[in-house]
Design a protein around this ligand. Structure first.
Ligand code: HEM
Length: 302
């Protein structure tokens, strides 16, 4: 029987892969950087596709073991067929894993150095969005009744908005690292422009995350007391506290460090601080996903 920790770890890495896949493939649409990101983004897409597929299959295997009790009994093929075809969530899992496999396939077929301006880029972003939307129909959200707005649909917005933010920080970091390495005015300008555009997208994402997060919470929390009296409530509070910290880091980047990026001299100092702060923002984002990985395994009060 997989331990709680092992399953939580697999869920965590799976969420991170899905978010980085979507956030990275969406980035060129609102922060075009010419061909600068083509190669590294292609590697990220392929990497996220492979990790997402492996952890998705592991997650299904662990669910199957939990459902069947131990892997010794009965033929695994029969149990897998029953899992995928005779359960309410089986077909959703088929769609979710198939979309991850498709994203990987698209990633592998992308041309190395000029894909972000081509139709495949749209296809990839759409498939990556499909991976997150299908995720919204797995787990608690699929059973979420009683929320003001339809549970899974709002949850899909929650995952897309948080994926755009957490996943988009990776290519943003690459653009700023590239500007630091090149050190010329053109790269610095590209970095400044990418951060400004990312922050605008980020503000929209934060708004959507709060609205959909509160909707999610209202369908799972029955009273303010259970926020502190239950494991689920305490993990959710921890997640919201990390979210507030992440918003604070993003605000410092946008309103304190970005304005200091103009001018070559102080630009490189501000750039170094920015790169460190973007890395810190991503670390907090990954901690939020760790809380989420645990949250989905705890019974909500409602
Ligand atoms: C960057 C910030 C955030 C990220 C990355 C994030 C990510 C996620 C993810 C991936 C899930 C899906 C879990 C699953 O399907 O098993 C989720 C669920 C949820 N989120 Fe968020 N979220 C964020 C912020 C928030 C905020 C601010 C709130 C509350 C106001 C919130 C409330 C919830 C709730 C209640 C659930 C349902 C958990 C469950 O029972 O499965 N989230 N979130």
């Amino acid at each position: 029987m997989p331990t709680f920790a092992i399953l939580a770890f697999v869920r965590w890495v799976h969420f991170a892969a899905a978010m980085i896949l979507f956030g990275s493939s969406l980035f060129p649409f609102y922060a075009p950087t010419g061909r600068f990101l083509d190669r590294p983004l292609r590697r990220i897409v392929i990497g996220a596709g492979v990790v997402g597929l492996i952890t998705g299959l592991l997650w299904v295997m662990f669910l199957l073991i939990q459902l069947v009790g131990d892997s010794e009994g009965g033929s695994t093929l029969e149990e897998l067929t029953a899992f995928f075809l005779d359960t309410s969530f089986g077909p959703t899992w088929i769609a979710h894993l198939a979309l991850f496999a498709l994203a990987l396939l698209v990633g592998v077929t992308l041309r190395r150095n000029s894909w972000t301006a081509r139709p495949q880029a749209f296809g990839l972003a759409a498939v990556a969005a499909g991976v997150l939307v299908s995720q919204a129909f797995i787990g608690h959200a699929a059973a979420a009744m009683g929320s003001p707005l339809p549970g899974p649909a709002v949850h899909a917005i929650h995952l897309l908005a948080s994926g755009a933010w957490i996943g988009g920080l990776v290519p943003l970091g690459l653009v700023l690292l590239g500007a630091r390495r090149a050190g010329d005015a053109h790269s610095l300008g590209r970095g400044r422009d990418a951060l400004r555009r990312f922050s605008t997208m980020g503000m929209l994402a934060v708004g959507l995350i709060i609205l959909s997060g509160v909707n999610n919470a209202l369908s799972r929390i029955d009273s303010p007391e259970s926020l502190v009296a239950t494991d689920y409530g305490r993990v959710l509070l921890t997640k919201v506290a990390l979210f507030v910290l992440m918003v604070a880091l993003a605000a410092i980047n946008r309103f304190a460090l970005l304005p200091r990026l103009s001018g070559r001299a102080c630009g490189s100092v501000a750039l170094d601080s920015l790169i460190r702060m973007i890395a810190a923002e991503e670390v907090v984002g990954m901690l939020i996903l760790a809380a989420v990985a645990i949250l989905g395994m705890l019974a909500p009060p409602l």
